[in-house]
Design a protein around this ligand. Structure first.
Ligand code: NAD
Length: 287
């Protein structure tokens, strides 16, 4: 099994910054790459914010010294060649656009050492959509994190038919070492495990509302009391954000599209986007 010591994360947005910070917090040296100095300035603020969050949310082992030590293990770079020159593993978290990701892998393939493993954090693309652009299909797979990686610490590991089982095992091992619970997925599946379960569940809830069967509160209460789950589907919609819910529903069948229209008219158009804006299906106290 290849030992992973140096990790490079491409993209320092919402997820990339969390992956980079969690990896550094777990003791690895990390290079965080983004496309411009402005993006890296924003990254610095994200990392400092994550350090504060780890202390505030009492992440295991987080204190003033350990969160600063994690910051010190992160090197920022806007030069792709320099960023990957010493990487054992590159985790890609650039925007969810197929052409952009493919172009990124083409550049990366030419610049990274042969030994480097590439992993995509893509939520909706399959690794086989990207593998031909990596120049190393055997050393490429998906490593998919959930938002707020320190708390929602699953890492879904999904290869293609071409992924070398030893590379897969290395990445599963690495995921465990950075405090994730590695979830091994045996075959490619759009939506991985979590969204394969969550999206139909949320759609069913949306359908009950669109059909006028019950109100969100009644649907959520039924799910919570009946299963012991902490949240019902409309509470989850508010956390995911109603813009994302709209985009996913709009691409679905007629019932889903009717639900998308309902969300738009009654919530999005009124600036009610969920927890992030303080109001969605429910209202939330100001942070
Ligand atoms: P984001 O828009 O917050 O961040 C993207 C970052 O990539 C930005 O900092 C941007 O400057 C940078 N970038 C743009 N072009 C680039 C390039 N060519 N090379 C390197 N960096 C570039 O996006 P995000 O929400 O962090 O999503 C990134 C990936 O993570 C996507 O594939 C998404 O599907 C996946 N993901 C997101 C979430 C989520 O909840 N946001 C959860 C799981 C997985």
């Amino acid at each position: 099994m290849t030992a992973i010591a140096n990790v490079t994360v491409l993209g320092t947005g919402v997820l990339g910054s969390q992956i980079a910070y969690q990896t550094a917090f777990s003791g690895f040296d990390v290079v965080a790459y983004d496309i411009s100095d402005d993006a890296l300035e924003a990254a610095k603020e994200r990392f400092a914010g994550l350090a504060r969050t780890y202390v505030a949310e009492r992440v295991a082992g987080a204190d003033d010294a350990s969160v600063d030590a994690a910051l010190a293990r992160i090197t920022l770079s806007a030069d792709l060649g320099e960023a990957v020159a010493n990487a054992d593993l590159v985790i890609e978290a650039v925007p969810e656009q197929l052409a952009l990701k493919q172009a990124t892998y083409e550049k990366l393939a030419a610049l990274a050492p042969e030994r480097t493993i590439f992993a995509t954090n893509s939520s909706t693309l399959l690794p086989s959509d990207l593998a031909p652009f990596t120049g190393r299909a055997d050393r490429f797979l998906a490593l998919h994190f959930a938002n707020r990686v320190w708390a929602h610490n699953t890492a879904e590991v999904m290869g293609t038919d071409a992924t070398d089982p030893a590379v897969y095992a290395t990445v599963v091992d690495f995921a465990g070492k950075i405090g994730m619970v590695p979830i091994e997925i045996k075959k490619e599946k759009a939506g991985y495990l979590l969204n394969s379960l969550l999206v139909p569940f949320l759609s069913a809830a949306g359908e009950l509302l669109v059909d006028g069967i019950a109100e969100p509160d009644a649907i959520d209460k039924t799910w919570r009391i009946g299963t012991g789950a902490p949240m019902g589907p409309f509470q989850i919609y508010d956390i995911v954000g109603l813009t994302t819910a709209y985009n996913i529903s709009k691409a679905g069948g007629p019932k889903q599209q009717a639900f998308a229209d309902l969300i738009k008219e009654h919530y999005i158009d009124q600036g009610k986007l969920g927890v992030a804006t303080g109001e969605g299906f429910y209202t939330y106290p100001k942070a």
